[in-house]
Write a new protein. Structure first.
Length: 123
């Protein structure tokens, strides 16, 4: 099965790091991605820019509404993701436990599935 490991960072955490700390955290994540690739598990990965460089689009009353970041109500932001293919949900959780970001962020494990099928979560 294919899973997404979402890196949920506390808002503002990146700005609190020195450049050296930021580069070190990034290097750890690249090394983790390289290890997943070497094991044949990695399907894709990407780091995302801060939500200060983002927009949210929704519709209300038939009209598009665009909210530019940063988003004041946000307590965390998606800092990046890994897409892995492995044998089970438990294996995906084990992989998430290896992720260096789990030391400074939350790593959420989600199975790929149609949005109408919640039975996949138990698989």
């Amino acid at each position: 099965m294919t899973y997404m490991l979402l890196i949920l960072e506390p808002t503002g955490q990146r700005q609190q790091r020195t450049e050296a700390q930021g580069r070190d955290a990034y290097a750890q994540m690249v090394k983790f991605g390289d290890s997943l690739k070497a094991r044949g598990l990695l399907q894709g990965t990407q780091s995302l820019a801060s939500h200060s460089q983002a927009a949210r689009v929704s519709y209300a009353g038939g009209r598009a509404q665009v909210l530019d970041g940063p988003f004041a109500e946000a307590k965390e932001m998606i800092g990046g993701y890994f897409i892995v293919t492995c044998g089970s949900f438990d294996e995906a959780v084990a992989i998430a436990r290896e992720c260096p970001a789990a030391q400074w962020a939350t790593v959420e494990v989600r199975a790929f599935a149609p949005c109408y099928d919640d039975s996949v979560a138990a698989a």
